[in-house]
Design a protein around this ligand. Sequence first.
Ligand code: C5P
Length: 308
Amino acid sequence: AYRAEVGMERSDRSKVSDGMVVVGDPQLLENKKAAIRNAGPGKLQVIADFDATLTKYRINGCCGQTSHNLLQQSNPEYDIKRQELYEYYHPLEFSPIIPIEEKTKLMVEWWEKTHALLIEGGLTCDDIKKSVESATIEFREGVFELFEFLEEIGVPVLIFSAGLADIIEEVLRQKLRKSFKNIKIVSNRMIFSKDGHLVSFKGKTIHVLNKNEHALDMAAPLHDHLGGNDGPINDNASVKKRTNVLLLGDHMGDLGMSDGLNYENRIAVGFLNDNIEKSIGNYQEAFDVVYLNDAPMWGVVELVSQIC
Ligand code: C5P
């Protein structure tokens, strides 16, 4: 019935070819699916990373942009300064030899310097709109249908990112052209002055290595920013009661996004976008399902239709 509702044709689903998906332990996955299905959609929530998980990793052969690097300030000098920081810190983010405490300090440093440059450079709401309009960023095929189905059955989606909440919201607005009441963004949120200039950031900085800490406490409903109505699924307490989780991520670190929850069952779906041969072993062990080669979201749509 669901497939008929969203108009998803067999030809669309078959775009997820066999070579694109790996399931390490099919029996374990079936058991988790059965447990989640039996508990019903009232117990389920979806927690998804944003960059390269909901969005495509590559667009026309080039890397798609992230919420951070799509930003273009009216003052281009500051874009250059942020790019210099990126070139210095990004390799450190992925360095296998820096101890975790040291790396955490470096990441805090990177995020704080970047946020400071955005403020100093006088980023405006208008810069955000224009940057998203000209950005190389696209949702994976099937993301809209996934959100629609989850909204229909009242399952909340938490988009959890070390990027920038305001940019993610603008991307949702421009690319999906629909406000979903079941979606919440947990990410770094900007505060603007009355004349529309960025003046500070709200709360604790979320960087790649602390995504799991205090995360649920920071959740702010999307409708605060898009003008929707409040409802029970936007309540943090009710989110905590949803003890079955479908987690979507592209980094091993994304598995920590559900740490704030005492979950009963979790199906983790990983999008392995790069270094496939080197990483497939680890991904296959850590995630229940692994999608390769920038696969569309149709497999996840199908999975949700099986567990709800
Ligand atoms: O995966 P998630 O959306 O949570 O992470 C944000 C990503 O943004 C990081 O992997 C990091 O490489 C990138 N970033 C960036 N510029 C910054 C800070 C982070 O491109 N100033």
